[in-house]
Ligand binder design. Structure first.
Ligand SMILES: Nc1ncnc2c1ncn2[C@@H]1O[C@H](COP(=O)(O)OP(=O)(O)OP(=O)(O)O)[C@@H](O)[C@H]1O
Ligand SMILES: [Mg+2]
Length: 547
């Protein structure tokens, strides 16, 4: 059944009223109800602008506005892609005029005098074409809407998938941390046993014990050693679980040192867990000296941990894991984790980097290697896998090396002390640390003023007259970096020492004369003060003294 417009709107434009009357009669007799005739083209154009005609019958030769101009103006108002039939009413016109009319947008011609049947049949055909065109446009719009909605749904699903993936990666991190925490808690308890035990011994029978200076000193030394070991454990743990929210902190780092730390961190898994399952796993370190790479230490530690976990899983009967670092001829630094385990089939090798691909069923999420790959790519690195079934696997990661940065280290030997008494501003929010560091400073014969927040620190600095500032990094209101920047605006020369627990976040250049890591001991602080206040010491040389 042919498509039809329900009640088509017809426009007749001819300066000859007799022609209009004739055409109106033809159409009305054929049942068309909306047929409007105009002898004035301007009036017709005004009506067309508001009543959207479905078909226009148009004379060419008219005074003032001719048929060509009417065609042009009608076409101008039509939305792109629409189809409005414009039929030109002609007596016998030249082929040049016809071409001009067609080029200007006319659809066809009706020759005067009119043949009633031909007029009706032609118009019916064009109205049908218009109806089909409109139906097609309508369908296209509906299809576009469906595509738009589907795309929106897909985008939403993709965003949800990404969020789930990020969550899974985070959970994976926490799981790895959980696996390590048992071993770490054990190490911690051992150190706490020593500290509590020796201090109890000293306190229980204090008069007697404290008079034995040799024994007291030995006990105190044992407590100190245990505290130092605890601080090393905290350091390792903090390095592992520092959240990623701090953004991309890429600093020069020594890959061999990082591998060594990771080997220690993952020890509970390859030593404890493997042994509990009756297998023995040996970890061999083959670490060459190589230039630093620019990277995020926490992320790279996770990379090594994941590769080691995979190697452990691949050796249920035990075996050897080799952690190797080397420098390549192309100036890159490579890290390799090789195992003597079951290796991978071709299919596994091909798919192992895909997120959620695992051959471990419930025991694996399939996220380890995809996370590794993501981190390596972010570091501008390359990942290669050499493996064959039954022949172990070697995963190598190559990162671009950086030129070594000149970092002055503190001289070894006796702790130097300051030669003069300084007025020191100490900014630290933790009361215990504030008290301890104040005491360290007083023992080095300095005068100490303290502030709790960065803002208070700045106010005191502006009011006072200080020779040295010692500040924490994580402070309320204004952090250590902001404080140092503000202080530098008042006094470009005053030495500023930063004391921080965030080892990976220390700025590389700029505002600090020295950076000291928590837990801080008196000797380190005194040494740093002596260095930064020594004659000739400036901010730019050395820029950073890492003790
Ligand atoms: N060293 C390896 N030896 C043999 N197969 C490996 C090794 N490393 C990875 N694979 C294979 O690649 C797959 C994907 O590893 P991936 O680390 O991404 O996930 P997973 O270890 O299965 O799970 P998850 O790491 O999330 O706990 C593993 O299931 C395993 O089949
Ligand atoms: Mg894994």
């Amino acid at each position: 059944m042919p498509a039809a417009l329900p009640d088509p709107n017809l426009l007749l434009i001819d300066d000859e009223p007799a022609n209009i009357a004739l055409l109106q009669a033809i159409f009305q007799r054929a049942g068309y109800r909306r047929v409007k005739g105009f002898t004035d083209p301007a009036e017709a154009l005004a009506v067309a602008a508001v009543s959207a005609p479905d078909l226009v019958l148009l004379d060419l030769n008219m005074p003032r506005i001719d048929g060509y101009e009417v065609t042009r103006r009608l076409r101008e108002t039509q939305p792109p892609g629409s189809f409005l039939p414009i039929l030109i009413l002609t007596a016998d016109i030249s082929s040049r005029s016809r071409q001009r009319a067609l080029a200007g947008g006319a659809t066809d011609f009706l020759t005067k005098p009119f043949d009633n049947t031909e007029v009706l049949q032609r118009c019916r055909n064009f109205l049908e074409t218009r109806a089909l065109h409109m139906a097609l446009q309508d369908q296209n719009a509906r299809l576009e809407e469906i595509v738009r909605r589907r795309t929106h749904d897909l985008e939403q699903t993709l965003a949800e998938l990404r969020a789930t993936q990020a969550m899974q990666v985070e959970q994976e991190r926490m799981r790895a941390l959980g696996e390590m925490s048992d071993g770490i808690a054990d190490d911690f308890n051992n150190q706490l046993t020593a500290m509590l035990g020796y201090s109890d011994l000293l306190l229980l029978n204090d008069a007697q014990m404290l008079s034995n200076k040799i024994l007291t000193r030995r006990y105190l030394e044992n407590i100190r050693t245990a505290a130092q070991e605890s601080s090393a454990i905290v350091g390792r743990l903090k390095k592992f679980c520092r959240p990623r929210a701090t953004g991309d902190v890429f600093l020069p780092l020594n890959l061999s040192k990082l591998v060594q730390e990771s080997a220690t961190l993952t020890q509970p898994r390859w030593r404890g867990q493997a042994r509990a399952g009756g297998a023995t796993i040996t970890v061999r370190l083959d670490l060459q000296s190589a230039p630093d790479v620019l990277g995020n230490a926490a992320e790279l530690r996770e990379v090594v941990a994941n590769l080691v976990f995979n190697a452990v899983d691949a050796m249920p009967e035990g075996g050897t894991i080799t952690l190797r670092t080397r420098r390549t001829d192309s100036g890159r630094v490579c890290l390799e984790v090789a195992d003597t385990g079951i290796g991978m089939s071709q299919e596994t090798r091909r798919r192992c980097l895909e997120p959620f691909f695992t051959t471990k069923h419930e025991a694996g999420k399939g996220l380890g290697l995809s996370m590794v790959y993501g981190v390596v790519k972010r570091h501008d690195g390359e990942l290669n896998i050499h493996t064959a079934p039954g022949d172990g696997a070697t995963i190598s990661i190559c990162l671009p090396a950086v030129e070594p940065v000149a970092i002055a280290s503190a001289p070894e030997g006796a702790t130097p002390r300051s030669r003069r008494s300084l007025r020191v501003l100490l900014v630290e929010d933790d009361p215990a640390v504030r008290e301890a560091v104040s005491e360290y400073l007083r023992c080095d014969s300095h005068e100490v003023s303290t502030a709790v927040t960065g803002r208070e620190g700045l106010e005191k600095f502006v009011e006072g007259n200080f020779d040295l500032v010692v500040t924490d990094l994580a402070l309320e209101e204004l952090n250590g970096e902001g404080l140092a920047t503000a202080i530098r605006e008042h006094d470009a020369a005053v030495p500023i020492i930063l004391v921080t627990g965030y080892t990976d976040l220390v700025p590389r250049e700029g505002r600090f004369n020295a950076v000291l890591h928590k837990p801080l001991v008196p000797g380190e602080l005194w040494r740093a003060i002596a260095q930064v206040t020594a004659e000739g010491a400036t901010l730019s040389e050395p820029q950073l003294v890492v003790l």
